[in-house]
Design a protein around this ligand. Sequence first.
Ligand code: AVI
Length: 332
Amino acid sequence: MPAFDALKIDERGPTQSATSARHEFAQAVWSGLTKPQRELPSIYLYDELGTALFEAITELPEYGLARADERLLRRYAQQILEHLPPSLIVAELGSGSGRKTRWLLEALSRRDALVYFPIDISASALSKCRREFAGMGSVSLVGLETSYLEGLRAAISTRRPGQTFLVLFLGSTVGNFERPAAEKFLQEVRHCLAPGDSLLLGSDLEKPIETMLLAYDDPLGVTAAFNLNLLARINRELGGDFVLGQFSHQVRYDERERRIEMRLRSERQQSVSIPASELTCTFREGETIWTEACHKFCLEEIRKMAQNTGFVSVAQWVDHEWPFAESLWIAA
Ligand code: AVI
């Protein structure tokens, strides 16, 4: 197993892969922007610049989520690993820079040498992750630059007899799925696993609405830039002519759905053309493009989700400064 290496999971080779990724993006933009409520899939927020802006979001005083996640991992790493068998392989869905994961991997690698598969669609996130763990000789890192499930299947295919997998799905990324889609996704994760493997799930909990709104609409405008970068990315990659100053970042909390909704609002009637998507859109003043949903959870519902998706919830650790939970599930 090569240490500090990255595998690009794509049998078609890098050139064709970049072309097909652009084609997929162009198609997703076409289908999202031709819906009555226009939308753009949130995964496209994370190009190189979007990933850097998201890293900046995690430093914002108003966005306590990332610090809570890291605090829990730092504080409870030892307790978490007491629930886990030896000879673990760790696969992380959406590793980002791996900063918060370090606490857990340090604790695990004191016990055994460890193989760690960070899985991320962002090449720059994986490079940062590789740097983060460069000094940890007991961790063999294999970066997988691909989608979560494709990466997880590739990681699992390396399993040798007696090895057990721990999947990390941290940072409340599960909240970016619609609730039914989150369960479907977790079922798919379960299908990749064997009984006895485990999943550590980070989920942001409900909290006062004002606190949540500020976390996604910070006064410095970093989240606004993160959101608007999606239009800038369409301009850069698909030849679009969005005028960014004519769109604004909009955030609301839907109490019934228990989620933050991020949109981009057209500030005037305007027409935008996107040549690679063969599309010209006319926006009315006030019309919005839905870009992301960030669902919030309660502890009971997370335990229920484990049951519904083929896992047993064995423990939960909660941060009370910024309500957030790490839940450890074992595949039934
Ligand atoms: C990646 N994900 C968990 C973040 C969230 O809080 O839902 C994405 C984000 N969007 C705006 N700020 C952060």
